[in-house]
Design a protein around this ligand. Structure first.
Ligand code: ATP
Length: 515
């Protein structure tokens, strides 16, 4: 048996004048979890897409699987036959197909005689792989109607079902980004079983603890160059990893002091309810950042969409400085006009127009408000505003005319945030605002949210990432069964947040590796 499952040797990729990968080499060994990390735009997804035939590599590189060369450009079917499976960052699901169809497409086993698909067998196979992941999503649900966590579970289950014992490499490109801690622990339990057979995993992630706690080795890309390849993670600390990623230590997060808000009335949410949320009352003061969290379907993830008029509410009001919104009768445009804006979790489905430029995406909400006769904006002001946000959030490349679809995932997330921060809202609602962003960009996003708070904006952030919530929030409200079950005050730490979400289980290490 070859001691290298997947060998990548001297692979480069150029987009126009942009060299996304430069002579990258790395080796994934049988039965290991190999993390591939780097800042946003460092080339991780490009490498994954070369391995599955989505992008051709520049001439000169080699890819070897189990000792035999994989011909470049990779033909997708050949990659699959050689045991390469990938869960792309976009998850690659067909939204108007059901869960079972998404899981089984391309794998249907038809009856030899009638050529009919044996749906009972397909359903059983789909149910089995979802159960392994602890995912209870209905098989007949349309994938487009699922939340991000369930969508991620379906995409992960689809890749896991193809893993043949002892063979192949599964590539997870930021697939774990929307999983909460409990599902993440579950995911690694399964992965542990998969790699124990000899199957390998190439794991692209921005969560540092996944690298230090779960990966066996790590390769670090910086601006398309592998600055560290195949490094064992044994003894590697998060601080060392940050240094490898950024080429410097992470600066301290100095939060600007919010203005004295004594006289300014809080934003008051009264009796707001929806599909999951039972009537909820809460207040957010101008300058304050309040987190809402909980287990999936506990209601926290629905709350921002109810307040923004995006999801249908059963009742309730939001009292702002100069108006009160009846959420049942308020649509998204009226909410925006009143100063209530939402940065949704799903940037591709709800957040951004991928064919439009960075600049057009950033000015779009103001154009909507303008069409309601609220705020006229001239072109020069628009241009200056776009430039300011591109710089502030360090969008790369900083080219306002570039279509958003051509940016890396993390840079798309920054544009999404810029789009809504630039409206100077009264109430800023965010759902998983730092998903898919690197450790440096996460700081930039958190700083931008704290700056908005310092300007007097009230911020409500829904999320399941305890590290993000602990860095961002003054208070955290933990939901259970649609209600606020616990309030954590005084900038709670990550462990306190996890303990409150998973009352019975607490936080354990992602993977227990033998030394
Ligand atoms: N289809 C494309 N056309 C032009 N440039 C592209 C295309 N896809 C990616 N790029 C560029 O290639 C570089 C690497 O992007 P890639 O998506 O691989 O980064 P990444 O490390 O996966 O980032 P992230 O962590 O944000 O997902 C970026 O500069 C990006 O803008």
């Amino acid at each position: 048996m070859s001691s290298v499952r997947l060998g990548i040797d001297n692979v480069s990729k150029t987009f126009g004048r942009n060299r996304a990968l430069r002579n990258v080499s790395l080796n994934v060994h049988p039965g290991e979890i190999h993390a591939l990390v780097g800042q946003n735009g460092s080339g991780k997804s490009t490498l994954a897409k070369i391995l599955t035939g989505y992008h051709p590599a520049d001439p000169g590189g080699r890819v070897v699987v189990d000792g035999a060369e994989l011909v470049l450009p990779v033909r997708p079917l050949e990659a699959r036959n050689r045991g390469l499976a990938v869960v792309h960052q976009s998850l690659g699901l067909v939204n108007d197909h059901t869960v079972v169809e998404n899981l089984r497409v391309g794998r249907f086993r038809a009856s030899r005689w009638s050529r009919r698909i044996r749906w009972d067998e397909e359903r059983a196979a789909a149910a089995e792989v979802l159960a392994r992941l602890g995912c209870t999503v209905p098989l007949d649900a349309k994938v487009g109607a699922l939340g991000e966590e369930d969508r991620a579970s379906v995409a992960i289950a689809r890749a896991l079902q193809d893993a043949q014992s002892g063979q192949g490499v599964i590539i997870f490109d930021e697939s774990t980004r929307s999983l909460n801690r409990e599902t993440l622990e579950h995911f690694y339990e399964i992965l542990d079983g998969v790699v124990a057979t000899g199957t390998s995993v190439l794991l692209i992630t921005h969560r540092l603890e996944e690298v230090t706690e779960a990966a066996d080795r790590v390769t670090v890309l910086r601006d398309g160059v592998a600055v560290e390849a195949d490094r064992p993670t044994d003894g590697l600390t998060e601080a060392e990893l940050v240094h490898l990623l950024l080429g410097r230590a992470l600066e301290n997060l100095d939060r600007p002091t919010p203005p004295a808000t004594g006289e300014r009335a809080p934003i008051v949410v009264s009796g707001v309810s929806g599909r999951l949320v039972r009537p909820v009352d809460l207040e957010v003061r101008p300058g304050e950042v309040v987190g809402v969290t909980g287990l999936p379907d506990s209601g926290y993830e629905e709350l921002p969409y109810l307040l923004a008029g995006v999801s249908p509410a059963a009742g309730g009001t939001v009292r702002l400085a100069d108006t009160t919104l009846d959420v049942r009768r308020t649509g998204p445009l009226a909410a925006i006009a009143a100063g209530v804006v939402l940065v949704p979790e799903s940037r591709d489905r709800q957040g951004l127009a991928f064919d439009m430029s960075i600049a057009e995406n950033v000015v779009l909400p103001c154009m909507n408000v303008r069409s309601h006769g609220v705020r006229p904006v001239d072109r020069r002001t628009e241009k200056a505003r776009v430039a300011k946000w591109v710089t502030e959030l360090d969008v790369r490349p900083p080219v306002p005319s570039l279509p958003v679809g051509k940016l890396s995932g993390g840079n798309q997330q920054k544009v999404l945030l810029a789009k809504w921060l630039s409206t100077d809202p009264q109430l800023l609602l965010l759902h998983e605002p730092t998903q898919a962003v690197d450790v440096g960009a996460r700081r930039a996003i958190i700083a931008a949210i704290h700056d908005a708070a310092a300007r007097g904006c009230a911020v409500l952030v829904a999320g399941c990432d305890e590290n993000e919530l602990s860095l961002l929030c003054d208070r955290v409200l933990v939901f259970r069964d649609g209600r606020v079950a616990e309030e954590l005050e005084d900038k709670p730490g990550a462990d306190a947040i996890v303990a409150a979400i998973h009352v019975s289980t607490g936080r354990k290490k992602l993977r227990a590796r033998s030394a």
